[in-house]
Each structure stands twice: as C-alpha cells, then as structure tokens.
Design a protein around this ligand. Sequence first.
Ligand code: TRP
Length: 509
Amino acid sequence: MWSEKTYIASSASYRRNHSPHSSTQLRFSSVSVHSSLTMASISEVPDEPGQPPALSALSLAQTSQDSKAKEQIITPFDVSGGVDEHGKAVAIDYDKLIDRFGSHRIDKAILERFEKLTGKPPHRLLRRGMVFSHRDLNLILDKYEKGVPFFLYTGRGPSSDSMHVGHTIPFEFTKYLQDAFDVPLVIMLTDDEKFLHSPKLSLKECRRFALENALDIIAIGFDPKKTFIFADTEFIYSDDGAAFGFNILEMSKKTTNNQIKGTFGFNDTNNIGEFGFPATQSATSFASSFPFIFGHNLKAVNKIPCLIPCAIDQDPYFRQCRDSAPRLGLMKPALIHTVFLPSLRGSESKMSASDTDSSVFLSDTDNQIKKKVGKAFSGGQDTREEHERLGGRTAVDVPFQYLTFFLEDDEQLEHIRQQYESGKMQSGEMKATATKELQAYVWAFRERRKAITPEIREEFMRPRQLIFKGMPSEKEQRAILEEERKMLQKRLVLVEESLQRLQAAGQAS
Ligand code: TRP
C-alpha cells in the first residue's frame, strides 16, 4: 500500500517542481558544444553492462578518408559524440539527430499548446530545450483537446542495481506529463533485453535489477492509481500478460531480419533473442496489450493513442514499431524525446552506469557528490585573472549544464549564466552551486525512496484497473473481474484435486 508519508513527500516535490515561474524560454545551448576531451578519453569508457558489443563505427557512421573526423553514434546500444578532423571529441549534435532520424523539433507553438492545455507553464525541461524533439505529438494534443484520452508508456533496461541522476530525467518528465494530463502510464522494465544483450549478466541478475530499479522509479513520485509497472520476464509469461504476448507475436510476424539489421546495425553474430526483442518493446505501445487497464472492447481500445517519453537513443525501436503498426491495423505511437544528461567528463557522452566517474548516482552521499562535481569538466579559464577577463563558457561547463537540468528557477539560472559569462563568478562558485542543487535533488529523492517498501512495489506491479478519465465502464470492469473470478475458481479446483490425490497416495503407502 502507498503510505501517507510517501504521498506527502511526493506531493511536496510536485509543488517544488511545478511552482509557476515565468515561462520565458531560456537560451540554453547544451547541444552544440565543442570541448577539449580527446578521443582516447572517450574510448576508455567501458561498455555499459547490458549492452551488446559496440557497433562498429563504420556500420552506422561515415568516416571520411583523409581526416580523423567521425560521425556521432546514437543507437540504443551506443551513445557517443563525433570526432572532428583534428581528432577532438565534439558534443552530441541534436539538430543533426533530428535531421537524420526525421523527427520534429519541439517549437514555441508546441510549448504554447502545452501551456494552454494544462493551464501550467511547461516543465523546465521543455522550456529549456532538453525535451527537444517529437513524432506526432500534435496528433495526441489534437485528440486530447477533443476529450480522447491517451496513455503514456516509458521504460528502463535494468542493467545494474544503481541508477544515476541521468536515468531520472525521462522519468521526471513522464511524471510531469502524467500529472499535467491526468493519464494512465505503463512502465516497462526490459530485464529480457538486458539479459539478451549482455554477455556478462545472468537472467537472475537482470530480474533482480528490475525489482531494485522499480523501487527507485516509484520514488520519482508516480501516481499509484494511474501507474502499472511490469518486468518483461514476469509479465509476458503470466495469465494477465497473454494479450501482450499475442501483440508481441503479431509484431514479430510483421518484422523481418533485414529491417532489424537496417535499424539497429545487427549482423549475423547477434543472437536470435536480440533480433526478436524489438517486437516486445514495440508491443507495449498498444493499449490492447493491457486489457485489465483498457478493457476488452478492441474497437474502442485500438483507438486509445500512446505517447512515449524517452531519451532519443530509444527512437530506433519506435521507428521500427511505427513502420510495422499500420500493417497490423494499429495506431503508430507518438514520441517525445529528451537529450542525455552530460557525463561529468563533458558533453561528448552521456552518464554511464559502468563508469562511476562519469555519473552522480542516486545512492551517492553529499560528500561523493561534492567530490565528483568538483572534478567535473569546467568551462572556466585557467587562471583567476584570465577568467575575469574572458569569462566562463557556460556552453561547455558541465556544472552549469546540470543546473539547467535541475534548478527550477529560470531567473536564478539566467543570473548565474550572466555572472559566469562575464567573469564575475569563478568556476569554484559554479561548482559549489551545482553541488548544492544536486545534493538537494538526491536528498529529496532518497527521502522519498526510504518510504518505498516491497509492498508498495507489489501494488504498482499488480495487473489491475487504473483510475483515469475515460476508463472502461463499470459494466465492462465487472465483466473483466467476473472473467478473472471464473479462472481463479477453475485453478482452485485443480489445486484441491491435486492435494486430495497427494493425501490419498500418502494414506495408501
Ligand atoms: N530499451 C530501454 C532501455 O534499455 C528500455 C525501454 C523499454 C524504454 N521501453 C521503453 C525506454 C520505452 C523508454 C521508453 O533502457
């Protein structure tokens, strides 16, 4: 059960995160940053557990012959910025990604629609461009305007038991969407994906990580009445997961190996589970996978659209899904993409769970956070005098970039930017400010996390009716429950028969 304490803690964070500050858009450029990290320091970063061997750069990026330049690589399995012709690492170029992936930029008109529809200023991640791209978002908003409910779907690949602050960004944003639009949400934990893709991880470990991560995810503050969390290896093989399993099958049949090779860069050495998994991640986009939430009336259920908030590296999965959905007579899911929280090492890469120096973990102490941010890549000048003369470079300064993710107050952020760029604020002070903000974020998270018990998790992970506008009628819910009762009664009869047989055998011997 959801304890009162948790509820209060999470609604306090809700107020903190949604206090109505001016919605002026800040000019924030985390996205086109050059830095002095060399290629060597990037390739030292080990693969994340749960990821397949890195795709060869050539398979997805063009390499020009006479320079050292390399294209950036952004796939679900590998994220790294490009390298310029001098061999220097450059930041991830999100504009280029929009062009290459063929998605659409989140523009001012969309921000205004959000504000109008929700009656609140858009979330800071939207205002500041960290939620930067989408597919078909306007269709979702059109329907919502006409009273058609949609559902949210997001997920996490449980590759370790420690999540870092970068992992919480899409979840924080999803929580904002759930609160602002008052809609149901399904959260998928892909323990099967991580098992299939990692040579090192056992099935048992991945299953354990899924359960551990669920506690952290719940602590973001999702509404227990509107949120269903599932781990693939548990749900797919359960009675309640049958409809989901059927959708996975349908999706599998419409997807060829050629398509998967094209989308993910797989080759004949990838295992067959890896080839099959995208159908599983896709099948969650369809309301018909969850009859206990949306009901059994397929004609109505297939009209409920899905919106997927995710980091941009997940887009290939859903491009594939959007390709195949119409061939099943199903609606394409809409998408809304976030950027990555930069690594402590610089904006050329994202935080990585397997590289502890790149990330601030949700389990880090105040002291650890202070030490890590103290060593973060700085846009300050080499000496105090130079800094005062030339000013700091906020565009490459990692502590400043963290402030743009976590500091709620637009005016304060703008003030810090001006002080730093004019050389009035030194990088020590910038680091101290970012440290304080991150400590506060992690502290608030940990306070909420303390209250999340296995019982609360069980409730979130129990297939059940969710409460939302446009939920199935009472009559239909009753029918669903009656169906369930009949099934359980049949089972009970079988169990009792087996027990009697055992007893009889015992008496005979
Ligand atoms: N594949 C994702 C990962 O490795 C997990 C995931 C599944 C997901 N479904 C999703 C993430 C939907 C975002 C949205 O992390």
